[in-house]
Structures are given as C-alpha cells and as structure tokens.
Design a protein around this ligand. Sequence first.
Ligand SMILES: [Ca+2]
Ligand SMILES: [Ca+2]
Ligand SMILES: [Ca+2]
Length: 376
Amino acid sequence: MKNSIGALLFALLFGLAVGGQFGCVDRSVDPLTVTLVPSVTSGVAPLTVSFAAERTGGRSAFDFNWSFGDGVDATGQSVSHSFTQGGSYTVTLHASDSGGRTAVDSVVIEVTGNDPPLIAVSAVPTGGIAPLDVDLRCEVAQGEGPFSFVWQFGDGHAASVQHPEHTFDEPGVYSVVVLATDATGETVSAITQITVGSDFTPGLQISAAPMSGIAPLEVQFDSTVHGGNEPLTYAWDFSNDQQIDAEIPTPRHLFETAGEYPVRLSLTDADGDQVEDTLTVTVSEDTSPTVTATATPESGPAPLTASFNCQVTDGNPPFEYLWQFGDDNESTLPSTLHNYTEIGTYSAICTVIDADGDASSDNIVIEVLDPDTGTD
Ligand SMILES: [Ca+2]
Ligand SMILES: [Ca+2]
Ligand SMILES: [Ca+2]
C-alpha cells in the first residue's frame, strides 16, 4: 500500500512537471527555417529587386516580415522593392509560424548611385607666352564609369582623352571646355581659361629718394616697369661690384660712407628678356659751413645803401641764410641790398645753417657817416 501510494504520488508529480514544461509544444513539427532569395544582389539605382522567402518546417500559418534597410518594410512570402539611392543595404527577413517559432535570414544588396559625374578641370600652366604647352586634367568623382571625355580647346582643336596636353600656338584668351559622360549617359561639363600672351620686352626706370645726402644715408629705391612677361626677376646692385644686393621691386639701402654710388637694377622677364637702368646716389661727409661776409661799400655818408653778400664753403647744402644788419633789420637772402638811414657803426652778421643743422657766421662792420662832417 505504501508503495502504491508512493507510485501514484510519483506519477502525479511527474505528470504535473511534464505537463507544465512541455504541455504546449507539438514535438512532431520540424524546426522553422527560412532562406531569403533575391533576384539580384547588385546594380545601378534605381534598382528593383524581387525577394522570395523559401521556408521549411514550422506550422501554418506563416508570417513573413521584410525590412529593406532603407526604412521601408513589407510583408508577404514574395515581395519586390526598388532601391532609389546608391548604398549598401542589408535586407532582413523575419519568418514566424502559428506556433511562435521564428527564423531569420538576411542579404546585402549593393546599389551603385546614379548621380551625374562630378568633375574638376585643371590646367598647368594657366597662362604664358605663345607657343604655350598646357597639361589639362579632368578629375571625376561619382557617376557610373567608364567615362568618356571630349575637350574643346577653344582654338579649333579637340581631344578625347581624360588628361590631354595641348599647345596653344597663338596669343589669345581660350575657354577650354571638357564634357564628361558616364556609362549611363549622364553628361556634365566644366570650363577653364588659358591666357596666352605675346612675348614683350620690359621697359624699366628706377628712382631713388633721396638721391643725395649725408652719410650714413638711407635711400628708398623704386622701379617702374612697362610691359615684359610676368614673372619678373629683380637684381639690384648698390655697390657696383656685380653682386646682387636686393631682389625686390622697391628695396631700401643704407649707404654708410661718403661717395658716389652707381646703382643698377637688372630686370629679367619670364622668357629671359633683360633690361637695366642706373642712377647715381651721392653720399657726402658731414662738414660745417665756413662763411665769409662782404659788403660794398663798407662805409659812406647816411643814408647809406650797401650790397651784402654771404659766401659759403663746405657744409652740407641746402643752406639757410640770415643777415642781421645791426639796425633791427634782417634778411634771409644770401645776397641783398640794405639801406642805413641813421649815422652809426653797425655790425652786420651773416649766419648760415646747413642741411644737418651745422651753423656758422661771419660779420662785417659798416660805418654810416655824418654827411656834413664825414664822421660817425
Ligand atoms: Ca618677354
Ligand atoms: Ca653689390
Ligand atoms: Ca653738416
């Protein structure tokens, strides 16, 4: 009895356990599998692809849910989808049956974009002197290769390679056009301009400011160029030793010591035409003026008119003059007439100031006599 109760209890517990764990599953059904079969796996946009779900196992009814990887979903065992943009799309199929079984498969669809070609055209050089050899390039991004190219050089000549070389024989401004066509017939164009010039000889004139002065003298040089073919090369020689001292159009130069300096600029244009111009910079020693004052006559009866002259040697011109006649009258002329009305003895002083401020003076005594007595 004890055994039979135990057996019953065991059978009851086992039955509950089995029922609880496996009671809802029909183990006679094969596992659900699904295979995603696309009509194609690559192509050019817009690309329409048919998809079929090949199923085994499971139990009817079945659901097939598709996700195309571009935000679009669909249902059904056979579906079709159009990919409008280039890209790599993972298409996923989720299958499920009435028993809650699920299966998944996926495939990648490669879609080539059908954007028109994007091109950039370049030329080296973009200008120069005829005859001018130019390397032209057409770089392509996107679009569907292979590409074909048609170049029109603007001078009646054409080419059909991607990177042509062309010689422009005559001066002129040429609009070079390239047409690029991709495999789907999309055509785009680009344009660049080539300027072909004549061979010109430059004209040159140089100047200096100041042209002369006292050592040390800093001078600003300038050059005026007419014509010639760019780029221009400048070669200044400030020291007359045939060695180049500056290579810019408007150099400055410091002349340390007194002297006469022949300055030369040699100018060479792009194709080797060479011209030169020269000038002379005069650099003086710093000296002080020496002044000699004279008057004619130096004496005579009042009223006395005398001719005054102030002579300068040495010093650095230009000079400033100041005559002080001793009777409160002055003049800034080096040579002048002055009239004394009063009887007396006067010291007439001439003062000279040179360009850098050195001053020197000389005086002369003028006697203005009593016209009656002949004395002062
Ligand atoms: Ca030239
Ligand atoms: Ca030199
Ligand atoms: Ca001086």
